[in-house]
Design a protein around this ligand. Structure first.
Ligand code: HEC
Length: 310
């Protein structure tokens, strides 16, 4: 009976791709213990933005609730949005950051992203303690991504949005709970996962900022919330990018459409307005979000409507 139980349990674990050393015995006996423990995660060495060496399992995730994502600092596609989205989550988590929740952003371009590059990158986004930017040997990082299910097997060069997989893995290592989410989701939903669903102990949640706005009223507003709001407000207040109040009146319509659709093309084409903005906003490139023509129209409609009500 007991033996059968252990066999079934092992089968389940092997199914998940977990290699277990028997001996310990406890893993199966204690249902709450993590199946994805020390034996599963590669304990690779990484270097953080301050040049400090850390081990992935021992120092970063063991017994912690955390979010992991992968970027490279030269990326002009999804990475700036991922970083900006996590920054909003960080802000909403308030004092939970660095105490109950940790963020790890790992570079997939270890050949070029050294500690200093990552430090400069993190500074542009005003990251707080509790959020580490890390780099390591490319082959180690690839293995880690494979283990975390965050690696695409198609073997193509990882130079564009679609190739490095846009997701954030969130987990509670001790409880063995794992959730994969997209940075395009509403901040509030990511905050809920990290502050509540993955927490096994009670954390004082009154410190977490709550978004009490009603649902978006138009598709333009919906797209704005998921793809622009991490960096922009519709008021005149700057975020990572400029506050967008009045921009529809100031900019030529064709330019505005082109910019929202393909900002990278205007920057590489040395468009003077694009270059001026790029310089002014710390050379953080506005990402090409692969929007449809219709979404661009709806966004502009939303910006116009907000100008009237604000
Ligand atoms: C990762 C941050 C980020 C995201 C996400 C983002 N932007 Fe930007 N945006 C910027 C930055 C930074 C600039 C300034 C130019 C630069 O550095 O490339 C900018 C500039 C702009 C401008 C030009 C403002 C002016 O004065 O002419 C507009 C318009 C704009 N963004 C609209 C949008 C819209 C619409 C979305 C969503 C579809 C969006 N942005 C998503 C960062 C972002």
């Amino acid at each position: 009976m007991k033996t059968q139980g252990i066999i079934n349990c092992l089968k389940g674990l092997l199914f998940m791709g977990v290699i277990l050393t028997l001996g310990s015995g406890q893993v199966c006996a204690a249902p709450k213990a993590s199946a994805w423990g020390a034996n599963y995660f590669p304990n690779i060495e990484l270097v953080d933005q301050d040049g400090k060496k850390v081990l992935f399992y021992d120092d970063l995730i063991k017994n912690k609730v955390f979010a992991v994502n992968f970027i490279y600092t030269r990326c002009v596609d999804s990475c700036p949005l991922e970083t900006a989205a996590l920054r909003k989550v960080q802000k909403a988590l308030g004092e939970l950051m660095g105490r109950d929740v940790f963020f790890y952003t790992i570079s997939i371009d270890g050949d070029r992203d050294n500690a200093q590059e990552l430090k400069d990158y993190a500074a542009k986004f005003h990251v707080w303690p509790g959020w580490k930017f890390l780099t390591g040997k490319p082959e180690d990082v690839t293995m880690l991504r494979q283990k975390l299910g965050m690696y695409r097997q198609d073997g193509k060069a990882e130079q564009s949005l679609s190739e490095h997989g846009i997701s954030i893995l969130m987990g509670n290592e001790k409880a063995g709970q794992w959730i994969k989410r997209s940075p395009f989701e509403e901040t509030q939903s990511l905050v809920r996962v990290l502050s509540t669903r993955l927490q096994s102990k009670h954390v004082a949640r009154n410190t977490v900022a709550v978004d009490s706005r009603p649902p978006a009223e138009s598709n333009g507003e919906k797209v704005f919330r998921s793809k622009c709001e991490a960096c922009h407000s519709v008021s005149s207040e700057d975020g990572i990018g400029p506050g967008l109040k009045g921009v529809v009146g100031v900019r030529d319509r064709a330019w505005l459409k082109k910019w929202i659709k393909d900002p990278d093309q205007l920057i590489t084409g040395k468009d003077p307005i694009a270059l001026e903005l790029y310089k002014k906003y710390k050379e953080i490139p506005m990402p090409n979000l692969r929007l449809q023509e219709s979404e661009v129209e709806e966004l502009i409609g939303y910006l116009e409507a907000s100008d009237k009500t604000n």
